[in-house]
Ligand binder design. Sequence first.
Ligand SMILES: Cc1cc2nc3c(=O)[nH]c(=O)nc-3n(C[C@H](O)[C@H](O)[C@H](O)COP(=O)(O)OP(=O)(O)OC[C@H]3O[C@@H](n4cnc5c(N)ncnc54)[C@H](O)[C@@H]3O)c2cc1C
Length: 351
Amino acid sequence: MLRYGVRAMLDPSSPVYVPVAARPALWRFLLGFARHCTPARWTRAMAALRPLNERAVDAFDELAAGGVEAATSAADPFLACFHGPAGQRSLLAELTELSELGQKIDFEALDGAEARSRNPALSEHVTAAVELHDQRFIDPPAFVAALARAVVERGGRLQEGCEVLDVRDEGDAVRVDTAGGSRRYDAVVLATGAWLPALARRFGIRVPVQAGRGYSFSVAADSPLPGPVYLPDQRVACTPLDGRLRIAGMMEFRGPDEPLDPRRVRAIVEAARPFFTSLGLDERRDEWVGSRPCTPDGLPIVGPTRAPRVFAAGGHGMWGVVLGPLTGSLTAEAITTGRVPDELRPLDPLR
Ligand SMILES: Cc1cc2nc3c(=O)[nH]c(=O)nc-3n(C[C@H](O)[C@H](O)[C@H](O)COP(=O)(O)OP(=O)(O)OC[C@H]3O[C@@H](n4cnc5c(N)ncnc54)[C@H](O)[C@@H]3O)c2cc1C
């Protein structure tokens, strides 16, 4: 991983971008990340993530069963595609290792022709693939809108476009200041993504959170894609969305408020182009950059802080969508019962 990281820093077409003149906070994150690049730390992190992964999909079903109109779609087929054998070998080794650690994963190795028979949009450039079974995907904007509607329908109040300037523990309540005024609450969950440290520091959270920025856009496909396609070597994910294909990729370590850099979009386009027969890659819509909140140990930051009424829920890096509903459910349990669920112990915000 470290060798890959250094190579990626020096290669302008790499899916990972680290500015040469990195800020001190970024160096702190990178050094912490390097310290965690050992087999022992990886195994420890995976042991912490396994019980969460096991319940992650059920948490989506729980929302749906509770009347939230937030649908998931079966990813059938879900193909990880490669040019050449090395990438397939390395993904198979990783999946095997995860299985040995107890993570349930059903997968099978395919050659290029088998991959094309499952997804005809793939080109001859694909020479090897891995099919992952029992996976799902969502339409993120529709999903979040459905969650918001459900909160309002149940009597919750949403205040949008409103920056929280300060959060203070006053013992019998927590005070939240915004430009529009100040209010007191019984409990507060800090869930401000890559901006988490700004409000969380005063509550004893020292784990660095670095924006790992990803880019996405949508393109038209000649015929609808039967399922998502992931290109692990290029770090590019392609998901059917609303009759189009949403393409996402890149890990750009810059500040979360920096503007979109069109060079990263072009890098994703050129990385994806050879893998598909006919995609409108030059007629893109919805170009977007967003921040994955990354921690040096690869673990989220979820649970109570130094102030008993203030909780954190963040730092999920690349997995904030899949782990979102379960994080919400476990955080609610911690707030309402005063007892931290076992699954959250390794994610202790004060670690
Ligand atoms: C291109 C891309 C692809 C991804 N693909 C996947 C995927 O396939 N699967 C997956 O599981 N995850 C994926 N992720 C990661 C996932 O999106 C993140 O892990 C997740 O969004 C993190 O959720 P969050 O709520 O912690 O932070 P965010 O989603 O960033 O939300 C934090 C919110 O807090 C707001 N905020 C910050 N500070 C303040 C303040 N002071 N006052 C008020 N509001 C504030 C921000 O504006 C933001 O809206 C992807 C991310 C990217 C960028």
